[in-house]
Design a protein around this ligand. Sequence first.
Ligand code: HEM
Length: 239
Amino acid sequence: METYLALTSVWGVYLTAVVFFAGMGLRIYQWATTPRSPVPFGLFPKPATRAGRVAAMLRDTLVAPHSAKIEPRMWAFAMLFHVAALAAFVGHLRLVQECPVLPDLLGAEGMNAFAAWAGGIAGTLMMVATLYWIARRTFGPFKALSVPEDYLLLGLLLGVIVMGNHMRFFGDVHAAEYRAWFQSLLAFKPHIPEEILASNVGWSLGTHMLFVDALLIYFPFSKLVHTIGSFAANLTRSE
Ligand code: HEM
């Protein structure tokens, strides 16, 4: 188990960080140096003020009203997924630093209960949305439009989420131990606490991180890069 965690959750994380940041740097460089199109892609009708254009750009990026019109059910699951993913992301920040306000308000037990509920709900919603996307591409008309990359990305995402949920629902390790591991990575003094090694979810953490590593290494080169690219694209449209 120690070797598996060292590979996936220590050295794998460092390798992932190098590939992810270098890949994103390359992407941003490519976007920044692509010559401007002579064809205007601006909004129509164009909002009169710059603030109006930025508001329209943010609405297009964050709410995607065009998708809502074209495929409302997929849009609803996408909104559900992204809100839940944002909540899970905020929860993951506890791995870097404990939230300064909530534990004071709720107490240690209250904070654990809150994290269990919030993380559990976010993880379940993300899993339901991902299963819907897989089903949508496996049965029905979207199967014909799907390519292997679609299934690969959804499979990686499902792997990350299922293993995260396994730790969340079946684990007996608290945030403090996960934080000790993650902070040790940030300090470049990697160390996996005994509580994790001896727990029932050491393998799930290793597999969660194996899927996270694969997903983030692939991210800059995959269509998921739209998460960041859509801001740039919609900024062009807002000009
Ligand atoms: C550096 C990257 C990541 C690290 C170190 C990490 C670590 C963890 C840990 C330690 C847990 C267990 C929390 C607990 O039970 O107290 C967890 C849960 C979870 N993770 Fe991650 N994770 C990472 C990235 C991701 C990504 C990219 C996703 C989704 C795309 C994700 C989705 C989840 C979900 C859904 C859960 C269960 C619900 C929750 O506790 O939030 N994780 N993760």
